[in-house]
Write a protein that binds this ligand. Structure first.
Ligand SMILES: CN1c2c(nc(N)[nH]c2=O)NC[C@@H]1CNc1ccc(C(=O)N[C@@H](CCC(=O)N[C@@H](CCC(=O)N[C@@H](CCC(=O)O)C(=O)O)C(=O)O)C(=O)O)cc1
Ligand SMILES: N[C@@H](CCS)C(=O)O
Ligand SMILES: [Zn+2]
Length: 769
């Protein structure tokens, strides 16, 4: 039996990759320095695997920006507009855009149901795949040199995205195009396999996560065809790797593919391992992903040992065990968390600890060393029985929530009348919440956290930021203002810091995209709000202006999806606890005189289960918890929500059922066509048109913004529309934001002027018609 790993975080223990990349982009370090730093980080990941005694060391899991982008470069799938650049700059330009030539970056989207984002390959009839394996082969050579230097006997295993999943990730949905692209791509894979075999590598972990997404028949055919073609004259072994759900319904298909082994996720899905033992050809390796690659709980190795024992007894020679998926989705090392309170700390395992868990399991299975398993699993039992995780009175309050706690007083059409008191013009303009998180604001927060400045000094800095943000918005002429979120390190972690039941870490970063990371808070116990979280801040912002300032909260589903969540209570129950806490905050904001409250839910779409059969249940409770959080306000108080990263057609019914008065959506990069599903009668309430693409440093001009508003009117009636950027502005610079917001306000004014006679307010015109 062998133990192996599907991939590790590449960001480094303390986000060294982020700092190196950003220093290189800012021209503060040279290419040589960048290479030195990243080579050292990569070597460190090999060393961790060696130290943990894995049988294989993964190679090819160290992209500088993104694994899908690396695959595009490996096969020379470079969009025309970046072809003149050298390889390294090309990769960064594709990912981040090329400001000097104003070339927009490639699209970025969510990696399955995770909070990681990949760069979508741009493939079309002009795409010519060519193998460009130099970088990968250099990496293999470096890993081999490293292993030699350590006198290590372990083998390398190459991690590679499979051809069918690669095309699926590129969002190819035209059958002819799929055929046209697959054949030349497969030829490149075959050439690559030859080169890899020549390095002495025996196994390739070829990843086809498409199999967990209920692929249509043409994708299944593509898999059959591809692996038959790739089998010819192949001298490396293939471990067909799936993750994020079970693939039981495809056992026959998978078994028919010409591969040498299969990896299945035994955590996210509950595969019927007996079926796999019976149906998978006995000479094929079965790799079982038993250690949770998506969460941070210490494994109950005693339970895992029990469930693996029978499989081991029947298939010892061809059994591998591994984490369920790449460990890129969990933080690097629990050892760094010196401030985390006990016993919570003893309940956790990060990436490095998970590698050790594999080793303990192997020793128990192969060498009958069971005592370490029992000792290791003790804190797991303690967690399940701990008083710290249970708040009896909170549970009683949640139990008492009923249908009436999910209902506004009246339906939207009546609320709309009450909300006329807000006195908003036609096409009201606003922003999504955050303003630039400058190096200064982050530095001040870091100093405050280190105790170098007092609470009073920190609060006065935050107040000054807010006052400046309000002044800037007034100057731009926006209709509904925000405070800018300067007090928030992150829209989820900030709330985790204020709520009971959450633990906050120092270094438990996880890559979100490129150099950007998030530090998901850990939900270990029942969640309770002990005092108001945002009221003072929003009230202060409101005191600075006669215009309305929106209250700004993160919604229950997003807090849930972007945290590490306890596994001893259903996600639905945890979400309900968060919703109940937010309901208190929403009421407090209203009582403090705040008339518009936004409850962001960007992660609703991403949390959709990969299998359609589970959608209804998820969407049912997701809607319920949003309504618990927001339905407590009077008709005249306007509830907003915001969603980005979404393809809405699948969930527009659920979005409608949220019953928010206004939803702002990301639509700019699709030329507003993402709005199509919202056309009446699907969606009746108001919609904030995300006309400004905040992911690009390019400042949109008035004409482009106006065109986007007008395009939106193909789908949405004008009296439903608001005008706004397509997400928060925290990653942008003030010098980009200010002209962009000026242009956005002007564009809205121009559309209003063209559609309404002089001197006549737009709203009145529409009421009259
Ligand atoms: C909307 N998005 C979000 C997602 N998930 C979240 N949990 N939050 C989100 O907002 N998923 C989808 C998208 C992803 N988008 C982004 C966008 C931007 C970032 C990002 O900028 N991340 C920051 C880290 C943010 C943070 O926590 N900052 C802290 C710590 C700042 C820091 O690094 N301090 C330095 C010291 C600085 C000094 O002394 O000068 C340090 O600690 O060493 C804070 O502001 O306090 C990033 O830098 O990657 C993420 C996802
Ligand atoms: N209010 C948040 C939403 C991001 S999805 C922001 O503006 O950053
Ligand atoms: Zn957003």
């Amino acid at each position: 039996m062998k133990i192996h790993n599907l991939g590790l975080p590449r960001i480094g223990e303390k986000r060294e990759l982020k700092f190196a990349l950003e220093a290189y982009w800012d021209k503060k370090i040279s290419l040589d320095e960048l290479t030195q730093k990243t080579d050292a980080l990569r070597e460190q990941t090999w060393a961790w695997q060696l130290a943990a005694g894995l049988d294989f060391i993964a190679v090819g899991d160290f992209p500088l920006y993104d694994q899908v982008l690396d695959t595009s470069i490996l096969f020379s799938a470079i969009p025309q507009r970046f072809q003149h650049l050298s390889e390294l700059d090309q990769q960064f330009a594709i990912a981040r855009g090329d400001t000097c030539c104003q070339h927009a970056a490639s699209d970025m989207t969510k990696w399955f149901n995770t909070n990681y984002h990949y760069i979508v390959p741009e493939l079309d009839s002009e795409t010519e795949f060519n193998l460009n394996a130099e970088k990968l082969l250099n990496e293999v050579a470096a890993a081999q040199t490293f292993l030699k230097s350590q006198n290590a006997k372990q083998q390398l295993k190459l991690k590679l995205i499979g051809p069918v999943s690669y095309l699926w990730l590129a969002k190819i949905n035209n059958l002819n195009q799929l055929d046209d692209l697959l054949t030349p791509l497969l030829a490149c894979y075959r050439e690559l396999f030859k080169k890899i075999a020549a390095t002495g590598i025996e196994w390739i972990q070829i990843e086809e996560p498409i199999l967990t997404t209920e692929p249509e028949s043409h994708w299944q055919n593509a898999l059959r065809l591809s692996y038959a073609y790739l089998n010819q004259k192949r001298s490396v072994k293939l471990l067909l790797t799936t993750y994020f759900a079970d693939v039981d319904e495809h056992i026959e298909l998978i078994n028919s593919l010409a591969v040498d082994g299969v990896h299945i996720d035994a955590v996210a899905g509950q595969p019927k391992l007996d079926d796999w033992l019976v149906k998978l050809n006995s000479e094929k390796v079965l790799s079982v992903g038993v250690i949770d690659g998506r969460n941070i709980w210490r494994s109950d190795l005693a339970a895992k040992l029990k469930s693996l024992q029978t499989i081991y007894d029947r298939k010892a020679d061809n059994l591998w065990i591994a984490p369920s998926c790449s460990l890129q989705h969990v933080p690097v090392d629990l050892e760094l968390e010196t401030r985390l309170q006990q016993p919570v700390r003893s309940w956790l395992a990060f990436a490095k600890q998970k590698l050790v868990e594999l080793n303990i399991l192997k020793s128990a299975l192969v060498d009958y060393e069971v005592d370490p398993v029992i000792a290791y699993s003790k804190p797991v039992t303690e967690r399940l029985n701990s008083d710290l995780t249970l708040n009896v009175s909170l549970r009683q309050q949640i139990q008492a929530l009923g249908f009436e706690h999910t209902q506004r007083d009246n339906e939207y059409n009546q609320r709309k009348i009450a909300q006329k008191s807000l006195n908003l013009p036609l096409l009201p303009t606003t922003t999504i919440g955050s303003f630039p998180q400058t190096a200064q604001v982050r530095h001040v927060r870091a100093r405050f956290k280190r105790g170098e400045i007092s609470e009073t000094e920190y609060q006065s800095y935050i107040k000054a930021y807010i006052a400046d943000a309000i002044a800037k918005q007034l100057e731009a002429g926006l209709d509904v203002l925000v405070h800018g979120e300067p007090e928030r390190n992150d829209m989820v972690e900030f709330f985790g810091e204020q709520l009971d039941g959450f633990a906050i870490t120092q270094y438990a970063w996880v890559q979100s995209y490129g150099s950007r990371c998030v530090k998901p808070p850990i939900i270990y116990g029942d969640i309770e709000r002990k005092q108001a979280i945002t009221v003072d801040t929003i009230q202060y912002a409101q005191s600075l202006t006669d215009k309305l300032v929106k209250g700004m909260l993160t919604g229950p589903v997003t807090i849930l999806n972007w945290s590490f969540v306890r596994d001893d209570l259903s996600r639905q129950s945890v979400a309900k606890q968060i919703a109940f806490a937010l309901r208190g905050e929403v009421s407090d904001l209203e009582a403090a005189g705040i008339k518009i409250i936004q409850v962001d839910e960007p992660a609703i779409r991403e949390g959709l289960p990969l299998k359609k059969a589970h959608w209804q249940n998820y969407l049912g409770w997701a809607v319920e918890v949003f309504r618990i959080a927001t339905s407590c306000v009077k008709d005249a108080t306007q509830i907003h929500t915001h969603m980005c990263y979404s393809e809405f057609q699948d969930i527009v019914g659920a979005i409608s059922a949220l019953d928010a008065d206004v939803i702002s959506v990301e639509a700019s990069r699709s030329d507003m066509s993402l709005l199509k599903p919202f056309a009446k009668p699907n969606y009746q309430n108001e919609i904030g048109l995300g006309v400004y693409d905040i992911h690009s440093p390019i400042v949109p001009n008035v004409d482009d913004l106006q065109a986007k508003i007008e395009l939106s009117l193909n789908y949405i009636e004008i009296e439903q529309c608001w005008v706004n950027p397509d997400c928060g502005l925290k990653t942008r610079k003030w010098e980009e934001v200010l002209p962009a917001l000026n242009n956005l306000v002007k564009a809205a004014e121009q559309v209003r002027a063209e559609l309404t006679p002089a001197g006549h307010s737009g709203k009145a015109l529409f009421e009259a018609s």
